[in-house]
Design a protein around this ligand. Structure first.
Ligand SMILES: Nc1ncnc2c1ncn2[C@@H]1O[C@H](COP(=O)(O)OP(=O)(O)O)[C@@H](O)[C@H]1O
Ligand SMILES: [Mg+2]
Length: 357
């Protein structure tokens, strides 16, 4: 319901008619005889809900007055009043930004229509402002959310950086201990443990350098892991270690499990496949249907003889445990002369298949 209206018209009789008519509707009506004094009143009374302006006036025309009002910030809506049944002028007024137009008559019948137009304009303005306020609120909430998400990602990256550093430190301590130990078995066990710690450390490195803490690019992770393994293997035992990986993303905890498996199997090939020397060890990663991938670790060595004595057998237990985590299908390809282990696994947990947006 409009409370205060400004009516601009050079016709004094009509001004009075409108003021009285709107007064009956309990609407306060300020009057102006021309565009300039109307603009002055508008500048003075900030609580004017709506302006109605006559189209044909000496001095500033209705359209010019309308354009001046629309150029003001937070201006009220404007309704154009015209005596002439001139649809071209009406269209021009609407194009110039009038909310509505009303054709006036000297008897004042039009005041009923004007009143209806005033109510519609004020309601539309309120809806518009409410929509703007709601949009501003949504924008603020989204900006707050994005700022929080960015901060969280930064924190996550920081945490991963620290975890990666701590694990790196642990693996260096283990290497020191392994070098210092007098027993070959202890040294071997400690260096196996170092490899396992490094495999986990690498995942945190990946997470630290990626923008998405929900996903790790396994191909890049395996590249870094394979590089670590090559570097940590004495006498270049892993010089013929190759990786052929498709670009595949997986949940971080799944990446850790894959890393642990690759670490165990590559270390096994290094230790057992070529008793007389060294040879090719190949790691491959391919997509294998929706949300799954196929990891293959193979060598052209003596092959896994299940009857052969195991040193700890720990590796196979770790591979099985990680396999469970990945809902993996582990297959020893007996067709292949050397050792070939094929592992088909999930890239992320079912409930994480649609990571949260
Ligand atoms: N690539 C391979 N080539 C030949 N033999 C292997 C290979 N991988 C594993 N093995 C055999 O399987 C056994 C079990 O391996 P694993 O469970 O990793 O235990 P560990 O490495 O502690 O001996 C090894 O002792 C070895 O005899
Ligand atoms: Mg082993």
């Amino acid at each position: 319901m409009p409370r205060k209206v400004l009516y601009i018209d050079d016709d004094a009789g009509l001004r009075t008619l409108v003021q009285r008519g709107l007064g009956r509707e309990k609407i306060e009506c300020l009057l102006a005889a021309d565009g300039e004094s109307g603009l002055a009143l508008l500048a003075e009374h900030k609580d004017i809900d709506i302006v109605a302006v006559d189209l044909y006036m000496p001095g500033l025309s209705g359209i010019e007055t309308l354009e001046r009002i629309n150029a003001m910030p937070d201006h009220p809506p404007v309704i154009v009043v015209t005596g002439a049944q001139d649809s071209r002028m009406a269209v021009a007024a609407l194009k110039a930004g009038a909310f509505d137009y009303v054709v006036k008559d000297v008897q004042g019948e039009f005041i009923y229509l004007l009143n209806a137009a005033l109510h519609a304009a004020v309601q539309a303005m309120r809806n518009h402002r409410a929509k703007e306020a709601a949009e501003a609120e949504v924008r603020e909430a989204r900006d707050r959310f994005e700022a929080l998400a960015a901060e969280r990602a930064l924190l996550m990256r920081e945490v991963n950086h620290r975890v990666g550093n701590s694990l790196q430190l642990i693996s260096s301590l283990l290497t020191l201990q392994s070098n210092a130990s007098g027993s070959e078995d202890v040294a071997k066990a400690l260096s196996a443990a170092t490899g396992r710690v490094l495999a986990v450390a690498q995942v945190h490195r990946r997470l630290y350098t990626s923008d998405d803490v929900q996903s790790v690019a396994i191909d890049q992770y395996l590249e870094a892991l394979v590089e670590d393994l090559r570097r940590s293997s004495e006498g270049g035992g892993l010089s013929q270690l190759t990786l052929d990986a498709e670009p595949i993303g997986a949940a971080p905890d799944h990446a850790v499990a894959v890393g642990m498996i690759v670490n165990e199997l590559v270390t096994n090939s290094l230790k057992y496949a070529y008793p007389a020397g060294k040879g090719s060890i190949r790691v491959a990663l391919k997509t294998a249907g929706e949300g799954r991938a196929l990891l293959t670790v193979e060598d052209d060595g003596i092959g896994i003889d299940s009857a052969a004595p195991k040193s700890t057998g720990l590796g196979q237990r770790i591979v099985r445990a990680m396999g469970d985590k990945l809902r993996a299908n582990i297959e020893h390809d007996k067709e292949h002369a050397g050792a070939r282990i094929k592992i088909t696994f999930d890239l992320r947990n079912e409930k994480m298949s649609h990571p949260p947006a």
